[in-house]
Design a protein around this ligand. Structure first.
Ligand SMILES: Cc1ncc(COP(=O)(O)O)c(C=O)c1O
Length: 482
């Protein structure tokens, strides 16, 4: 079979062991996205699903989420406060235990012990909570090391903690920039060298598991071990890694990690976030006081992190729950956690190993098609892939840098064709096929439209171009994608 044709993509879908999981999701149609007026009913099927390659930003809604939310609302309506103590149907734990159950179900996704995971707050709030606990500057070790192009929240959070401790960020914040100014990739050896250069004065490192802009998957295990060998604690922002790559946070000895659940975890915009604290840091030992002056790691605390057996005694002596749960602040929204649980039900249909296996194949297929294309090979550099080409160094996302001036024209065509990707101005498109709901045929269809759009934008002819023609003659069957 011709490996460059759509039939090959369809054959890959046929063989895909995860193919049925797509049915677990609501895929918006072209009409959903663009409205009826944008559809030419004589030409195309308005119920055609869009091609959604934006799970790195906001994952799609699982079919079962609405039902679970409805069940939760029924539980609240019919049980009132007693809903805290009774299981409502087979899927909804008592409100009081919903955080605990969600943490248990999340643990295998991040490779953690259940006691090392808490579902709470937002990602940014959890960065602050972890910095409050893990950044304990001394006269000698006061620096925090992050990447120069860190997500703004991470940068702001680190900067604010430095100031909070009376440090000057210009001195105390070490920014790791790519060694090669023409590449946005952070080379591991370069990170090691930076750690060495600042080892004596650095208290903490915060890095991304998968970098949001480039899609680079950093060597979490190796970098963690290196930081520890220099006596430095290290935390990971896993916003773009969780549910995307298979993680082994406990075995990798990661000190702490945080993530949001609305990207590859499909729990809805702004849903409750996640936190990992290695069991080494979660001990509570009031007898020996060996884990800090109070017998546990210092933290910002609230009643929901306090020992469950005394939680309702309303005393004033804070004794934390051992593990990540002891970092919780207040009573979490059971409604919000219901959407996380619904998504975790879908993850329980497979494993992170199987998800990652498909992801490597799916994004590898996308990379292969783009690398073979004329636009990529053209001496004009119509676009280049800035994500590492080595599958071990990337997750689902490929970031493609367009020649200056092309981005808006290309995005317009993609939007008209109901292809959802996201952009990072001035000229990067992030394309993330999610292994739970995307197909090889969608990758193939995307590439046809993308290639034609780049070619036409480059030639300055995108205005008025017929979108069917843009898809090219190979794109037959486009309207029948399921
Ligand atoms: C890498 C990274 N860090 C932090 C955040 C901030 O997350 P939140 O707004 O949920 O706190 C995001 C959001 O997309 C992110 O991608």
């Amino acid at each position: 079979m011709d490996k460059s044709g759509r039939e090959h993509a369809q054959a890959l879908d046929f063989e895909d062991p995860l193919k049925d999981i797509r049915e677990q999701f609501i895929i918006p149609t072209k009409t959903d996205l663009l409205g009826k007026q944008a559809i030419d009913a004589s030409k195309e099927d308005s119920s055609r699903p869009c091609i959604y390659f934006c799970g790195n930003s906001l994952g799609l809604q699982p079919q079962r989420t609405a039902q679970r939310v409805k069940e939760h609302l029924e539980a609240w309506a019919t049980k009132g406060v007693t809903g805290h103590f009774v299981q409502y149907g087979p899927n909804l734990p008592p409100f009081l235990h919903v955080d605990d159950v969600a943490a248990q179900k999340m643990a295998p996704i991040v490779g953690a012990l259940p006691s090392e995971v808490a579902l709470m707050e937002t990602l940014t709030a959890n960065i602050h909570l972890m910095l409050a606990s893990f950044y304990r500057p001394t006269e000698d070790r006061y620096r925090i090391m992050i990447e120069g192009k860190a997500f703004p929240s991470d940068h702001y959070a680190v900067e604010s903690h430095l100031k909070h401790h009376g440090q000057r960020p210009e001195k105390a914040m070490v920014l790791i920039e790519p060694k090669d100014p023409d590449s946005a990739i952070l080379d591991t050896t370069h990170i090691f060298n930076m750690i060495d250069a600042y080892a004596a004065t650095t208290a903490l490192i915060l890095l991304p598991g998968v970098q949001y802009y480039t899609g680079q998957y950093l060597g979490i295990q190796a970098i963690t071990a290196y930081a520890h060998s220099r006596g430095i604690l290290i935390g990971w922002d896993l916003a773009h890694a969780v549910g995307n790559v298979d993680l082994h946070l406990h075995d990798w000895d990661v000190d702490f990690a945080l993530w949001c659940n609305y990207k590859y975890l499909n729990s809805g915009p702004g849903s409750i976030a996640g936190l990992f604290v290695h069991e080494n840091h979660g001990h509570v030992n009031l007898e020996t006081a060996s884990c800090g002056e109070d017998g546990y790691r210092p933290r910002l605390s609230g009643w929901w992190g306090a020992d469950r057996s005394t939680r309702f005694q309303m005393g004033n002596k804070f004794v934390p729950i051992p593990g990540a749960a002891g970092f919780q602040l207040g009573n979490p929204s059971a409604l919000a956690l219901t959407t996380v649980l619904a998504s975790l039900e879908v993850f329980s249909l497979t494993s992170m190993t199987a998800i990652r296996r498909k992801s490597i194949a799916l994004t590898g297929y996308l990379a292969d098609l783009l690398l073979q294309s004329r636009n990529h090979q053209s001496p004009d550099n119509v676009y280049s892939i800035i994500t590492p080409l080595d599958a071990a160094q990337r997750g689902a996302q490929l970031s493609v840098k367009l020649k200056p001036g092309l981005l808006d024209k290309v995005l317009k065509v993609l939007e008209e064709e109901a292809i959802v990707v996201d952009e990072r101005k001035p000229d990067v498109i992030r394309i993330a096929p999610a292994p739970l709901y995307n197909t090889f045929a969608e990758v193939w269809d995307f590439v046809q439209v993308f290639e034609a759009a780049c070619r036409d934008a480059h030639a300055g002819t995108v205005q008025g171009t017929d979108s069917a023609a843009l898809a090219g003659q190979d794109a037959k069957g486009w309207n029948t994608i399921k």
